[in-house]
Design a protein around this ligand. Structure first.
Ligand code: FMN
Length: 143
């Protein structure tokens, strides 16, 4: 069994491209060491990330991210045991969106402004499905 966690948090300040690159490089490096896989969305100062791996590794990682000064208002959307990983090829997939990009996606029709994104706390499954559809289209081609 693997532990799979999806959480939502807010960036404490605007993340520039180089900040996001640095965060991702660090995450991918550490995740390779700990055999953690997953997917990170960055949507107008909101993070939504799925992380999956061994129970203890994910527990530690949740604690690390929750305490990380780069984000705040950390909230878990789901935390479950799964028999297989959803993102097995990716030490950390990544996509950045604007709210506008999401409007036509199922489950996101009521999101019109960045402030509405806090509603994602109730839309965990829609976010996860969107991550899975990106993964299905891109797995095998790297991140
Ligand atoms: C939004 C966000 C996502 C992160 N994702 C990961 C990740 O997938 N893997 C990881 O090891 N660290 C990730 N980090 C970094 C951790 O918070 C932490 O800096 C890292 O695990 C190293 O912790 P340590 O210096 O205490 O060992 C993320 C941080 C933020 C703000």
């Amino acid at each position: 069994m693997f532990r799979q966690v999806l959480y939502h948090s807010r960036a404490t300040r605007e993340m520039r491209a180089e900040d996001l690159r640095g965060l991702l490089a660090q995450a991918r490096d550490l995740n390779q060491t700990h055999d953690v896989t997953g997917f990170l969305f960055y949507i107008e100062r909101h993070f939504i990330q799925c992380i999956e791996g061994a129970q203890a590794d994910i527990g530690q990682l949740v604690d690390n991210i929750r305490a990380d000064a780069r984000n705040t208002a950390f909230s878990i959307l789901f935390d479950r045991d799964v028999p297989t990983r959803a993102f097995i090829d990716w030490a950390m997939g990544y996509r950045a969106f604007a709210v506008d990009d999401l409007r036509d996606e199922p489950g996101f029709h009521n999101i019109h402004r960045a402030e509405d994104l806090d509603a994602l706390a109730t839309a965990g499954n829609a976010v996860f499905d969107l991550m899975r559809s990106f993964y299905a289209a891109n797995a095998g081609r790297g991140f």
